[in-house]
Design a protein around this ligand. Sequence first.
Ligand code: SF4
Length: 412
Amino acid sequence: MASTLPMLQPTKVLAGKDYKEVLRREMDGGKIPLSLGKSCPVKCEFCYEIDHAYRETLDPPKTTDEDWKYILDYISRKPTNPLQFWCIGGNEYMEWTDLFLHPKTMEWIEDFLKYTDKNITFFTVGFVHVPKIHQLAAQYPGRINFELSAITLSQYRERLMPHAPSVKHLMKVLDGPAVSSANFYTFDDHTMSDDALAISRVNQKCVLWMGCLTPVRGIKDDTAALMRQGRRHLAGEARRIYDAGLPNIQTIHTEAPITAFLNRKRIVSAFDALELEKRDTVVMAKSAYKILNMYRKNRARYLMVPNATLGGDSDCTVLLTFDDIARCLTNQKHVYIPKAMMQSGRGPYTDIAGVTVEDFMKKTGVKARILHKIDTKFANTRLWRNGLLKNYVEDYVRNPLTQSYEDLPLPA
Ligand code: SF4
């Protein structure tokens, strides 16, 4: 029975280690692990780090000049991959925060661009120094990927992120060459669509990265309700943006059921290529379950696994954990599991919580057969490429099949 199974606990890897171990692990994963030495003070209501207890973390103290020298030296010794962008901030072994609140971050970005030949990527709700960030973007073209988490410019901004920069400041950040992509979401009528028009007025080059926010464990009920309200307005808001014909690249990426539907042909052909028997049990999250029930009913046993670890409305096969799967087992002797869910930053064949496939098999007595072709490359490259807003409007919002897809029942 699901409830009697023990929780699958990851082996602790940081116990007894000092913070340099955290820095090295993050750097080996392509991160530039600056630290504020405390939780993020911005305290956004929607922050996905509100409950990150599912993974082991150890937050380094506030980064000093000496730490920075160590980080820069360590990263400089790594080979340069022109396609790789080093990300400011660790998020596997430490807590994610807005690192532009560290007084030295702008200076250290400049160091990084000057003393290495590597590219850099960063996310912030907008705490950048405006003239400096535009100057760096102009000075080092192609080496900076700046993802601005605008979230919303609407009346909901004050409620969701009272400590974030003002809309006026955000517009100055957007007005220039620095921002590569601005992400913002729908919460109501005329939220995402008005934001798209406003952002496009000052910057026609940045990608508009849109959708809804998904409630996860730890998010307050009223915030989760606002996110769900946004989801109900997504189609209308997307249509308005579509009709506006803005010059920016426009994407909708954040809703798993939509992504799955837009990629239904690819999911079905990938499934067919696996050549599974009818009696084989295959693990998947809700959206893939719906697609396969719609197009390949009873071609295998589909074990729908809720994303219980992340909680809320999460629906993503890549972010399933072995514990989530263990809780859904009944009498299976073996199950087929997509490789994508065991390619987390915590190591090979390891889920986002740090549990390995061997741990899973040892503790449940169930043999895991790994579906190697359903990996993160498939999930990221193949499934995301239909993520343009245009595809969403033309192939989802206006598609008569969508209603029957949305109405498909899920197991209780
Ligand atoms: S700024 Fe980012 S990390 Fe900080 S609370 Fe907001 S969403 Fe979370």
